[in-house]
Design a binder for this molecule. Structure first.
Ligand SMILES: CCCCCCCCCCCCC[C@H](O)CC(=O)SCCNC(=O)CCNC(=O)[C@H](O)C(C)(C)COP(=O)(O)OP(=O)(O)OC[C@H]1O[C@@H](n2cnc3c(N)ncnc32)[C@H](O)[C@@H]1OP(=O)(O)O
Length: 264
């Protein structure tokens, strides 16, 4: 297991084909300051460029929080001009997670609120433990979900449920969050990270070319009508149909052995 730090607040731990993107600002419950946003962006840029990373788990070192959202202390001290200069910086962090080309699994325990929940929503799968409390309370502090929440939440739970959660700013405990589809898996207490890593390892055993193409089709197809979505799928199919992974996958099946993916 190797570890690479990105600034003071973020690390990437590697274990074979799986990478862990670690939010590590425990003194502020991982609140996303402009510096933390830069650290997240730098880590996502490095991950995006690493063809050997087949799955990512987004985790937190804080015992009681995944991430509590934008740093409201910093926000309080920013002038309007500084706030405007800050937006592209924090925007890059959220789009950085959202646009990672490989599957990303969020391991959530404790508070995932505001931008913290938006980071989780930017992932493909959310694994939570019973201590998780999620929500988009931005309107209770005079702003709106600005980390993708107004677009990602309705795509996950529907427009009406998203409206109820955003307008009410309410926090949702783990069991109800799982019932509503706000989180995808409910792990045993303290096991969110282990369960997310196990899922990531399972994904990493499959064709990286196929998995990345499938993620691209899933993402591009969201919101399209069926006919347009099938065209997206057809285009994705063509990117794998003649790949080395497809040749190796079929050969390994017929030779009754495990594939050694060329990853191209
Ligand atoms: C995907 C593509 C997207 C493309 C667009 C990208 C857009 C650009 C980016 C914009 C980002 C927007 C992000 C988001 O939309 C906006 C927000 O996140 S607003 C903030 C939302 N979060 C909250 O409202 C949570 C606030 N915190 C609380 O409610 C409570 O603190 C708690 C988490 C429930 C914990 O409560 P307690 O256990 O009682 O503990 P305390 O309240 O005493 O807190 C302990 C300690 O932590 C400090 N703290 C907590 N939250 C924050 C925070 N958000 N910022 C800064 N500091 C925080 C708190 O002040 C205490 O500090 P202390 O008093 O001990 O110094």
């Amino acid at each position: 297991m190797s570890e690479q730090r990105y600034g003071e607040w973020v690390a990437v731990r590697r274990d074979g084909f799986v990478a862990e993107l670690v939010l590590d600002r425990p003194g502020a419950m991982n609140a996303v300051s402009s510096e933390m946003a830069r650290c997240i962006t730098a880590a996502c840029t490095a991950l995006s460029e690493d063809r050997d990373v087949r799955a990512v788990v987004l985790t937190s070192t804080h015992e009681r929080a995944f991430c509590v959202g934008a740093d409201l202390k910093e926000r309080n001290s920013l002038s309007d001009a500084e706030m405007l200069r800050h937006r592209p910086v924090s925007r890059a962090a959220y789009t950085g997670v959202l646009e990672l080309p490989m599957p990303v699994i969020a391991a959530v325990h404790g508070y995932a609120l505001g931008g913290g929940f938006e980071l989780a929503l930017s992932c493909d799968v959310i694994v939570a433990d019973p201590t998780a409390v999620v929500g988009l309370p931005e309107v209770s502090v005079g702003v709106i979900p600005g980390g993708g929440g107004t677009q990602l939440l309705p795509r996950r739970v529907g427009a009406a449920r998203a409206a109820e959660l955003i307008f009410s700013a309410r926090r949702v405990a783990a069991a109800e969050a799982h019932e509503l589809g706000l989180v995808d898996r409910l792990a045993a207490e303290g096991e969110d990270r282990a369960e997310a890593l196990a899922l990531a390892r399972g994904i990493a055993a499959n064709s990286p070319v196929g998995v990345r193409a499938a993620k691209k089709a899933l993402r591009l197809g969201q919101g399209l009508d069926l006919r347009a979505g099938l065209e997206v799928e057809d285009a994705a199919w063509r990117t794998v149909a003649f790949s080395g992974d497809r040749a190796e996958g079929v050969a390994a099946f017929n030779e009754k052995r495990s594939p050694e993916w060329p990853g191209e």
